[in-house]
Ligand binder design. Structure first.
Ligand code: HEM
Length: 485
């Protein structure tokens, strides 16, 4: 195509860009006219603001150069322009807690429309008010202690050991992929009673992977883009759910349903009147919230422990003690809830992994009204980004914060730590619905890992802060089987 023709077609786009750039130079200044005192900071480049620097890859065990520089220059609360909006970034633990404890009243979640279109407009992650509370209570009840004890614990053991049985000695494999299989199988079994390897389960896994890619992709709804594929995958998942729902209702009416409330679908059919789309959004929200996060935590724990053999020895001692005591009592080997509750050092390892690994480094909120905090104003409509990692890595809170030191939790414990200094699962109304399940999955994984294997890194690989911390190579490891029990 001739350059002049290209220019002709590009002209409207260029014009819009120029107008936007001129219009946004210096950012939104209306707060100045209103005499508000917003925190110091820089609004960065027109349009882009400081988004590129904010998103620049860095180890997930650090705040990254951008945040460190800005905190040094402006203090723990500063203003910026991120993801297309004027933003208050908070590395201040008290402001972080204040924001989360005032969800609904002063702040609300803010997802771009493109993300809400994929997650679903009735997804718990997007909803606010009564409907959010309702969906949350369904999820929290579904993942309550009774079900953790009676369903999730046994299923976790089953899927973890099934996976471990396939591991081959001295042959490198990516640990992240293995962790993902375990957490995905566990969720799908408990949500829809689909077993690993079944064609429907495999089909759902593929659709879900494509859905996930779209959530973090550039939102271009054009043929062939990751975003478009994710929208299509979402629609296919919803159709699949509708079919499964109809089948379950038919079986219930015919008196041939054997599953009852054992999975989330049965539980929802009994306890609520959600339609297929609402149930689909709930399912996708739980998979989105609970699959990648827990798999990342499991991968991180393998990574951190490799450099801390003393902690592996301590874990082995704890888990061997439990196995031997069960044998002495003549109990079957399957773990019970009481066994799980005895795994105290393992809980310290989990707490330390979540502190140092920063799986959810920050969250997004929007001010519903002008808000005052510590002498600053947060103008209505501005985004607020509480960065949990800032307190997790603060040397005035955690001695030697870069060090993986699970023993620190024997004295500070999650119960006595100042709550705003430790928020891997968020806080308040929108705190994590699956936090007990996540901790249990990691501990059960540790139980079988430390009793059955020694492991080493097959290649160097370190966790970087993408949307979630991720290992560029998937953390390749090699294992050696042990005969301890
Ligand atoms: C180590 C693993 C996990 C971490 C670090 C984690 C972290 C978090 C955090 C920080 C939030 C709050 C987000 C916000 O305030 O905007 C959250 C919310 C949520 N998490 Fe988790 N999570 C984990 C595992 C799970 C699991 C296993 C599930 C369920 C199966 C789950 C389901 C959810 C849901 C549904 C929400 C939204 C709650 C709401 O909007 O009220 N998470 N999670």
């Amino acid at each position: 195509m001739a350059p002049v023709v290209i220019l002709f077609f590009l002209f409207p786009t260029l014009l819009v860009l120029v107008v936007a750039v001129l219009g946004l130079r210096g950012g939104d200044d209306s707060w100045k006219k209103r005499g508000l005192k917003v925190p110091p900071g820089s609004m960065g480049w027109p349009l882009l603001g400081e988004t590129i620097a904010f998103r620049r890859l860095h180890p997930c065990t650090s705040l990254g150069e951008y945040m460190e520089e800005h905190v040094n220059k402006y203090g723990k609360i500063y203003r910026s322009n991120l993801f297309g909006a004027p933003t208050i970034v908070s590395a201040d633990a008290e402001l972080n807690r204040f924001v989360l404890m005032n969800d609904e009243r002063l702040f609300e979640p803010c997802f771009p429309k493109s993300v809400a279109d994929i997650l679903g407009h009735t997804s718990m992650l997007v909803l606010t008010g009564e409907m959010h509370r309702y969906m949350k209570s369904l999820s929290v009840n579904f993942m309550g202690i009774a079900r953790l004890r009676n369903n999730f614990l046994g299923d976790s053991e089953l899927y973890i050991t099934q996976n471990f049985n396939r591991w081959k000695e001295n042959i490198p494999f990516p640990a992240k992929e293995e962790a993902c299989k375990v957490t995905f199988n566990l969720m799908v079994k408990n949500i829809l009673s689909l077993n690993p390897g079944e064609p429907e389960s495999e089909h759902l896994r593929k659709l879900y992977m494509s859905f996930m890619k779209g959530v973090v992709a550039i939102p271009l709804n054009l043929p062939g883009t990751a975003y478009k594929k994710a929208i299509q995958s979402r629609a296919t998942i919803l159709k699949m759910i509708e079919k499964l729902m109809e089948e379950r209702i038919r079986n219930k009416k015919a008196g041939t349903d054997k599953i009852g409330e054992a999975d989330l679908l049965g539980f929802i059919l009994e306890q609520s009147n959600l339609d297929a789309e609402q149930f689909g959004d709930l399912l996708l929200g739980l998979l989105f919230g609970g699959h990648e996060t827990s798999a990342t935590a499991i991968t991180l724990v393998i990574y951190f422990l490799y450099d801390c053999p003393k902690a592996v020895d301590h874990l082995r001692e704890e888990h061997l003690g439990i196995v031997r005591a069960k044998k002495a009592r003549g109990e079957p080997p399957a773990l019970t809830w009481d066994d799980y509750k005895q795994m105290e050092f393992s809980q310290c390892v989990v707490s330390e992994t979540l502190r140092l690994g920063n799986i959810i480094k920050f969250v997004h909120r929007k001010a519903k009204t002008d808000v005052q905090f510590k002498g600053y104003d947060i103008p209505k409509g501005w985004s607020v980004i509480p960065v949990f990692a800032a307190a997790h890595l603060d040397p005035s809170v955690y001695e030697n914060p870069q060090k993986f030191d699970p023993w620190r939790w024997q004295t500070i414990s999650t119960g006595t730590a100042r709550i705003d200094n430790y928020m891997p699962f968020g806080q308040g109304l929108r705190n994590c619905a699956g936090l007990e399940l996540a901790k249990m999955e990691i501990v059960v994984f540790l139980h079988h890992l430390t009793l059955n294997f020694d492991w080493e890194m097959a290649e160097p690989d370190h966790p970087l802060a993408y949307a979630f911390p991720d290992f560029p190579k998937g953390l390749p490891i090699k294992v050696r089987r042990l005969a301890l029990k």
